[in-house]
Design a protein around this ligand. Structure first.
Ligand SMILES: Nc1ncnc2c1ncn2[C@@H]1O[C@H](COP(=O)(O)OP(=O)(O)OP(=O)(O)O)[C@@H](O)[C@H]1O
Length: 705
């Protein structure tokens, strides 16, 4: 019996493919599809690479001067397409690479020999530029204190450090040096090392990763190595023309194919109950949520059921839906329902002939009148300002679903500042009662009340009707308040794979929606996970954004706290500029200059995407007018239109509307006051964090005086 050889592609190959001129791209694609079908074809001539570090790397002629580099071990039937380039460049690339298997984790790892070559400190000139394999370790360890010098080989390798890089890693003396060497390390090794540098033990890291290192590894078995989540974060096995074509056609959509090992582990397999995944901006939470939803739809959803994928913002839901459409087959997509929670609750109420409309803004129209009428009944002897009543309504009455005076008398009011005696509560309550009455007479309902009442309906029907959904996947969980979480809890019966939440306390921009999952009937104990690596933003932008949150408390969506220390970015770029400007005209001048400079620097590398992110619709529109007058095409991102991927325009968005989106470059325009005393400007600072972290490459913060 003959088996088809295993064929895989590397992420480097795809990145390189994306850079090729269109004509060559087509030829390489055609060749790669044939190669996938039969890598043993007599038409493929594998040539040795003289001076190669790895005898298993071969060169193959694709067309004219173009060469592919393929991994073809002497034993076993595995072929990996690693790289493509002009003849000389491809050979040079191949000479300096080696594909190995980590003897502890079993992961396939690509070594670059420039990185294995050590620059040893001046004190040890005799070993300068020695190769790491066994040579440098002792000399380095004695020269200066290092971060990982004391660690056992096995511990380092279990974090993902290749055996050949043990000396290289042991020489690292500071976190900055580790960051500078990031590109030379496998992703899992870099991540493991910075977590250890931040204070985690090796077993904490391995437990959190759900990685077992007690198996015997055959370091020649590349077929087995390809099956590890670490290998799959950089290599993908391709078994038919169709999947090969799909991958080659979108070489830059790496998120579809190469998941971070933690993303991969959380995507597949059963979980015994609700899962919560935390991660700073750009750590791939939405990507994970989409892959998990796909897996649940394909594997744990009956024919007449669906997976509900939900989030807070309407235009982010539209974005997710569009991406899921391309990620999934049509059969799978048919088992998904993507909708922001407000829209979902609205549709449910209509389907049940509940005629109330939902109040989204208490400052407008009928809701405003209702609120004013309610304030009119307040007890002036209490001497409490109007905004006290509004925050009490949002943070206590609506958040906790309080509907009677008795409940209000005993309500938790932690963090509210003002202490209220029973008599005062009795005097305040009529305002809230009046407000609900005023709303009801106008056929209106606060959104939290709508969530609560729908949850009550669902709970009452739970025994008698089949659940609508097999599972729920929620993005932006930090902006779903307690009643929203209770509603999600009521939508699926408690059990394996029921609820999957991703979110980030740094991005909590609706402070009224602060909720602890455990107090909403959602128990995540043993299923609380984290993503650490920022795939979107340069580390320079990430640091700048994080610095703005100094002094702010970041929660973990439950009763604990998150911290910023353990997050890192994979890419680097210029430090964002922060400029004080007087007036919107000056802000527009800086923004125009920024767009022109970045566009000029990009040359013919393809247009960049830009977004001006403003603190209000008014300043967004003023910036649009001024930039348009200077000849730049501008387009506003609204709840209805979300063309964030268009590249020949400058997008403009409010901070709330920009959530979840991303652009090459971002210009943030905010009043200086946003950076006032941290305790008083937490929400504003989080808005700035969200806005800045929308940028992939360049960012500027304009502080309006
Ligand atoms: N495994 C991956 N490989 C390559 N790119 C990835 C991967 N995961 C995520 N990305 C990319 O990183 C960027 C951020 O991903 P995503 O939007 O999922 O992050 P997020 O944590 O939801 O961000 P935020 O909370 O800031 O909105 C996107 O461009 C996405 O395509």
């Amino acid at each position: 019996m003959s088996f088809k050889p295993k064929v895989a592609l590397s992420n480097d190959f795809l990145l390189q493919l994306a850079k090729l001129p269109a004509k060559v791209h087509t030829k390489v694609m055609k060749w790669a599809i044939q190669f996938q079908a039969d890598p043993k074809s007599t038409g493929i001539n594998y040539e040795n690479i003289n001076g190669a570090r790895d005898p298993n790397l071969k060169s193959v002629r694709i067309d004219g001067d173009w060469r592919g580099i393929v991994f073809k071990p002497s034993a076993g039937d595995v072929y990996v397409l690693l790289y493509v380039d002009h003849h000389d460049d491809a050979y040079r690339w191949g000479e300096n690479r080696k594909l190995t298997i980590n003897p502890v984790t079993g992961a396939m790892q690509m070594l670059t020999f420039e990185s294995v070559t050590q620059q040893v400190p001046e004190e040890a000139p005799s070993t300068k530029a020695a190769v790491a394999e066994g040579v440098v370790e002792d000399s380095v360890a004695t020269v200066a204190p290092t971060l990982f010098g004391e660690m056992e080989d096995r511990d380092l390798m279990s974090l993902g450090v290749p055996q050949e890089l043990l000396g290289f890693v042991r020489s690292i003396a500071s976190e900055d040096e580790l960051d500078a060497k990031q590109a030379q390390l496998p992703m899992e090794a870099y991540e493991g090392l910075f977590l250890v540098a931040a204070g985690d033990t090796v077993s904490q890291v391995l437990n959190a990763r759900e990685t077992r290192v007690d198996k015997v590894i055959d370091t020649q078995d590349f077929a087995a190595a390809l099956a590890t989540p670490e290998s799959q974060s950089r290599f993908v096995m391709v078994s038919d023309d169709e999947s090969m074509t799909a991958i080659l056609n979108a070489p830059l959509a790496q998120w579809r194919v190469f998941l971070h090992p933690t993303q991969k582990k959380l995507t597949v397999g059963d979980r015994s109950g609700p899962v919560r995944v935390l991660g700073g901006a750009g750590t791939g939470k939405t990507v994970l949520a989409m892959h998990r939803a796909k897996w649940l739809a394909e594997n744990r959803t009956e024919a007449n059921q669906k997976v509900l994928v939900t989030t807070f913002t309407k235009n982010l839901a539209a974005d997710i839906e569009q991406n899921l459409r391309t990620l999934c087959s049509s059969e799978t997509f048919a088992k998904l329902e993507v909708r922001n929670l407000d829209a979902w609750v609205n549709a449910f109420m209509r389907s049940r002939k509940l005629e109330h409309r939902i109040v989204y803004d208490r400052k407008q129209d009928a809701a405003h009148q209702a609120w004013q009428a309610a304030l009119a009944v307040k007890d002036s002897a209490l001497d409490l300002p109007d905004n006290f009543y509004e925050s009490e309504l949002e943070q206590v009455v609506l958040a906790q679903g309080i509907t009677t005076l008795d409940q209000y008398r005993t309500a938790r009011r932690t963090g509210r500042g003002v202490i209220l005696s029973r008599a005062k509560r009795d005097a305040i309550w009529p305002v809230f009662e009046e407000y609900r009455g005023q709303l009801a007479s106008r056929k209106l309902k606060e959104v939290d009340d709508a969530y609560r009442e729908v949850a009550d309906v669902l709970n009452a029907e739970a025994q008698s009707s089949k659940p609508l959904y097999s599972a729920i996947v929620a993005d932006e969980t930090q902006d779903l308040g307690p009643q929203a979480l209770r509603l999600l809890r009521a939508l699926v019966p408690a059990g394996p794979n029921d609820l999957f939440f991703v979110g980030d306390g740094h991005q909590r921009i609706y402070s009224r929606n602060k909720a602890a999952m455990s107090r909403c009937g959602i128990d995540i104990r043993g299923r609380a996970k984290k993503l650490y690596l920022n795939y979107r933003t340069t580390d320079e932008i990430r640091r700048q954004a994080v610095a703005l949150l100094e002094g702010c408390e970041i929660d973990d969506l439950d009763d604990g706290r998150d911290e910023t220390k353990r997050y890192k970015s994979l890419s680097h770029g210029p430090v964002p500029t922060v400029v004080n400007v007087e007036g919107i005209e000056a802000a527009a001048t800086h923004a125009i200059e920024f767009v022109r400079q970045w566009s000029a620097a990009q040359g013919d590398g393809g247009p960049l995407s830009f977004c001006v992110i403003a603190s209000s619709e008014k300043s967004r529109d003023a910036m649009a007018g001024l930039m348009q007058a200077a000849g730049l095409r501008c387009i506003a991102i609204t709840a209805q239109s979300n063309h964030a991927d268009a590249r020949d325009v400058v997008h403009l968005a409010t901070m709330h509307r920009a959530k979840g989106l991303e652009f090459d470059c971002v210009i943030v325009v905010a009043p200086k006051g946003y950076l006032g005393i941290p305790e008083e400007t937490e929400t504003q600072r989080k808005l700035l964090y969200v806005a800045l972290t929308r940028a992939k490459r360049g960012a500027m913060l304009l502080k309006l005086g």
